[in-house]
Design a binder for this molecule. Sequence first.
Ligand SMILES: NC(=O)c1ccc[n+]([C@@H]2O[C@H](COP(=O)([O-])OP(=O)(O)OC[C@H]3O[C@@H](n4cnc5c(N)ncnc54)[C@H](O)[C@@H]3O)[C@@H](O)[C@H]2O)c1
Length: 264
Amino acid sequence: MNDRQRPGRLAGKVALIVGGGTGIGACAARLFAAEGAAVAVADIQHEAASQVAQSIVAAGGQSVAIAADVMSEESVRAAVDSAVRQFGRLQVLFNCVGGSLPADAPVTEVDFSVWDRTMNLDVRGTLLACRHAIPHIVAAGGGSVVNMSSGAALRGSGKAHIYAAAKGAVVAVTRNIAGTYARHNVRANAICAGRINTERIRRTYGVPGNPKPGDVNIDEVLKTYPFWFGEPEDIANVALFLASDESRMITGAAIPADGGRSAY
Ligand SMILES: NC(=O)c1ccc[n+]([C@@H]2O[C@H](COP(=O)([O-])OP(=O)(O)OC[C@H]3O[C@@H](n4cnc5c(N)ncnc54)[C@H](O)[C@@H]3O)[C@@H](O)[C@H]2O)c1
């Protein structure tokens, strides 16, 4: 059997990717679709989501774009309902909205306005998507929830204390979701990513060989952790595995995809 003939790893599944307009989410949307999933791409940047959906359809896949703002419960509910209406069911939810703010800082210094924005986007937004998607996943007979956390949740040397709190919360609640919905055949896992080469990261922190001042020295970090800086595909591949039935024994896990930075 050649590659074209083999069934996709997500064949027959419907996936909703929240924050699928750019970065890791956009990459995952294309990968999930290439592996046979029908993919609903939800994002506050509707134009970006539309471009991702159109590129999937142009490549022969199934996709729709949905405008969604995870700061609004009504918007999240409408996005989930729209995905289910258009594809008939839902088995996979990948939560990709989030990120740290440049103003994030150690607890003794940080302006607590950072708290509201970061916790609402990374934690409340993730929970709202779970709240409205999980009943549909249960109705479909089960499936997989994948939440984006960060290596910042696993190691304590980062300067962005509010972001660490938010991504730690994502890990904790992902375990709760795993424990509560296992009996309904729903798995839930978090991905704790290292530094990933997305436009947002390039803009804020720079890249190896050209880091922005104020951040860790990327080149110094890479001397000890040469696998720490990755591409969106590296995380999308982990998400694909967690979304697929190949990972059916894995639930409640926080998978470090951080080049070993939380391990040694
Ligand atoms: N890139 C990294 O280095 C890295 C590392 C660890 C964890 N993460 C996590 O991975 C996730 C994706 O990161 P990324 O670098 O791909 O970011 P990104 O900014 O490229 O993607 C996030 C997407 O979310 C969308 N979005 C923002 N606010 C929204 C809202 N209110 N409602 C709906 N959509 C909204 C954006 O439009 C964007 O398309 C985030 O949760 C981030 O914290 C990223």
